[in-house]
Design a protein around this ligand. Structure first.
Ligand SMILES: [Zn+2]
Length: 81
């Protein structure tokens, strides 16, 4: 399992510096910025430091779109696309 990544107040901690991020632990990944697949949540500062930009990579934007579609399906029940 992972190391402790959630603060006492229920927010995800940055996996790099351990600072509390603005995301509650139960925030869907699709709704987050600065989230690294298979690693975890980074704070804004670390994300910029590591990736050199705040702009999310394409795969993450795609994942966000897929996440929204999934959410719509779950909310509306059976939907034909
Ligand atoms: Zn950080």
């Amino acid at each position: 399992m992972k190391l402790e990544t959630i603060s006492k107040t229920g927010y995800d901690l940055c996996i790099n510096c351990g600072k509390e991020t603005k995301y509650l632990a139960n925030t869907p990944i699709a709704e987050r910025y600065n989230y690294v697949k298979d690693a975890g949540q980074l704070c804004d500062d670390c994300y910029i430091q590591i990736y050199g930009t705040e702009i999310k990579p394409l795969w993450e934007r795609r994942k966000r779109i897929l996440g929204i579609q999934k959410e719509i399906k779950e909310t509306c029940g059976v939907l034909k696309w």
